[in-house]
Design a protein around this ligand. Structure first.
Ligand SMILES: Nc1ncnc2c1ncn2[C@@H]1O[C@H](COP(=O)(O)OP(=O)(O)OP(=O)(O)O)[C@@H](O)[C@H]1O
Length: 228
């Protein structure tokens, strides 16, 4: 049986006096991808931020490899192998592509990613802030791929990215999965969600409304959660 790498139970959290997540639970197996989806504003990014430690919990538990994680600060979670590609603010605009990539601090090699995304290689000395939205997403994605992660959380990586590069992103994820990395993938693109995920978690208004194990997901059910 595949080992559970990340477990979260009854997560409640929010901003100031507003509770956004009302007790969300889920789990992630080693080398697998949990697809997280739902309409705008239902709490997907909030869940990501709760898992990374950017947002404190009101209650609930998070475990990584069976060990409690929820009292650990964000930097300690990063050291334990939780990586995060945020939906926005994902690259340092005033640094070049080369400098952004060098921040990944790992021994993993960047060359295979330049083969998949040659425009990055062509723009190594360009400031990240002068790249297009899609190019910046790719840069942010590659930066996370270069981290030595146990769990990589990707918040809408395909937004604004052309289909050919979405396919390349999925190939990169598969390669890291083979090395044991697990992913939480926030995605509105139903095709990517269905093909990249081993299990799915659908949210609405801060609550779980859909859970399924793959590989055969029901597209109509997914679309209905996205269009409630
Ligand atoms: N920093 C913040 N302060 C106050 N409220 C916030 C903050 N960030 C998010 N929210 C609110 O929390 C709710 C959930 O937001 P969240 O970003 O988690 O949704 P989401 O499902 O990721 O949406 P999207 O698909 O649009 O990215 C929204 O109502 C949002 O307005």
């Amino acid at each position: 049986m595949t080992e559970l790498v990340l477990e979260f139970e009854g997560l409640r959290c929010g901003y100031a006096d507003t509770e956004i997540l009302h007790g969300v639970s889920g789990s992630l197996k080693q080398g697998q991808t949990l697809g997280l989806f739902g309409r705008n504003g239902v709490g997907k990014t909030t869940l990501c931020r709760a898992l990374t430690g950017a947002l404190p919990l009101l209650s609930g538990e998070i475990k990584l490899g069976g060990q409690p994680l929820d009292r650990q600060p964000a930097f300690a979670r990063r050291r334990k192998g939780i990586s995060y590609m945020p939906q926005t603010g994902m690259v340092f605009d005033n640094l070049s592509v080369r400098e952004n990539l060098s921040l990944a601090r790992s021994d993993l090699q960047v060359a295979p990613y330049f083969e998949r995304f040659p425009r990055l290689a062509e723009r190594l000395d360009q400031l990240a802030g002068s790249m297009s939205g899609g190019e910046r997403k790719i840069l942010s994605f590659v930066r996370v791929m270069l981290e030595e992660s146990v769990v990589a959380i990707l918040d809408e990586p395909s937004e604004g990215v052309q289909p050919e590069n979405i396919e390349n992103m999925q190939q990169c994820m598969l390669e890291k999965q083979k090395l044991g990395c697990s992913f939480i993938l926030v995605e509105q693109n139903v095709n990517m969600l269905m093909t990249a995920s081993d299990a799915l978690l659908g949210l609405d208004s801060g609550r779980t409304v859909y859970e399924a194990d793959g590989p055969n997901f029901d597209r109509d059910e997914i679309v209905s959660v996205l269009t409630v």
